[in-house]
Design a protein around this ligand. Structure first.
Ligand code: TYM
Length: 339
């Protein structure tokens, strides 16, 4: 097989409740991507510590659910490195070093930090503030060429590049400068009832969100009640400013059917919003039926999942350690004689 030269890194925070937004912008692409690139897919469990969880929340369950979903979506551990962040301690080590390169002023400017902290009435943990620096460590450890993300992560990738440049300039070149890798269609899927905000797994109103493991009847009801507009006669046209709800449905349909928005608009000329919603549901059903079936097969084989996680961590550690050794060398720290 041809050696793949370009490294692509991507990660998702583990919550078994991954959404159609996660699927459309990143997960869905990984199956094909791994044939072309050297792919490293991480389950960012350390990141998920930053949000407060319900009392009965189980990290282990959530991590294994996410791993099973990766596999169900076509990630192949023989083609890609699939691993869990906390099993590769180099992430936490580099995180500290990069923290000392990151300015507080940079972190408080991050849009995601501002949005998330607005919702928190009481005390804010500093993990939420330092979150983008841990992301930078994830990416830079693997000499990543391309970071595959949705639009909401763009600012964090810009910070990652700045930190890499800052470190390389002060201490000598260690890190490759990663580029953002984002697909044009579907990099920001909006909430169903409030299409001016992003669909998010942590949304308190579950009617805003379609989950990958959700019951299909539930999904149908959610799509049926999603916000469109009151144009009469109805106009099925993409206009993210004037028709954000409808445009979101068109994006979902386009991304999942791989038909262009133009083709879809043409097909739905003179048709009703309900007909469009039915079609959106049908395409979601087509994707999720397969995923859910495979998910349960993988999820029932816990020892297989755990073995994949450990094998992936071994492979990831080799690359991560090499970068970190170079970091310590450039910093002028003592050389480690043992692992
Ligand atoms: P997370 O878990 O919030 O989301 C995972 C990926 O899904 C994308 N995404 C969306 N795309 C389109 N529409 C949406 N509504 C939507 N919601 C989420 C996100 O942009 C992301 O690409 N911090 C990251 C995880 C992470 C990471 C990394 C990513 C940790 N380390 C290093 C890349 C590189 C996060 O919380 O993503």
């Amino acid at each position: 097989m041809k050696k793949k030269k370009i490294t692509v890194f991507s990660a998702i925070q583990p919550s078994g409740n991954l959404t159609i937004g996660n699927y459309i912008s990143v997960l869905k692409h990984w199956k094909n991507m791994q044939n072309k690139y050297k792919c490293i897919f991480c389950i960012a469990d350390l990141h998920s510590l930053t949000s407060i969880k319900k009392k009965n929340f189980s990290y282990k369950k959530s991590i294994l659910d996410t791993l099973a979903l990766y596999l169900a979506c076509g990630v192949n551990p023989n083609k890609s490195i699939v691993f869990i962040q906390s099993l590769v301690h180099e992430h936490s080590e580099l995180n500290w070093i990069l923290n000392c390169q990151t300015y507080y002023q940079e972190l408080i400017r991050m849009t995601q930090f501002k949005t998330k902290t607005k919702k928190i009435k009481k005390k804010i943990n500093t993990g939420l503030l330092n979150y983008p620096t841990l992301m930078a460590a994830d990416i830079l450890l693997y000499q990543t060429d391309k970071v595959h993300v949705g639009q909401d992560q763009k600012q964090h990738i810009e910070l990652t590049r700045n930190l890499a440049i800052r470190f390389n300039t002060h201490y000598g070149k260690v890190f490759k400068l990663p580029e953002i890798f984002m697909f044009q269609i579907g990099s920001k899927i909006m909430s169903l009832l409030d299409p001016n905000k992003k669909m998010s797994k942590s949304d308190l109103n579950q009617k805003n969100v379609i989950y990958l493991l959700e019951n299909l009847n539930e999904i149908f009801n959610k799509i049926k009640s999603s916000i469109t507009d009151s144009d009469n006669p109805p106009k099925i046209l993409y206009d993210s400013i004037k028709k954000p709800g409808l445009s979101n449905l068109l994006i979902i349909l386009s991304a999942l059917s791989e038909k262009s928005i133009f083709e879809i608009e043409d097909y739905f000329l003179g048709k009703s919003y309900f007909e469009l919603k039915k079609e959106v549901f049908n395409i979601i059903k087509k994707h999720l039926t397969k995923i859910q079936k495979k998910f349960f097969i993988y999820r029932n084989n816990k020892s297989y999942l755990i073995n994949i996680a450990h094998e992936g961590a071994k492979k990831a550690s080799i690359i991560a350690r090499k970068t970190l050794n170079q970091v310590y060398k450039n910093l002028g720290f003592l050389k480690k004689k043992y692992l």
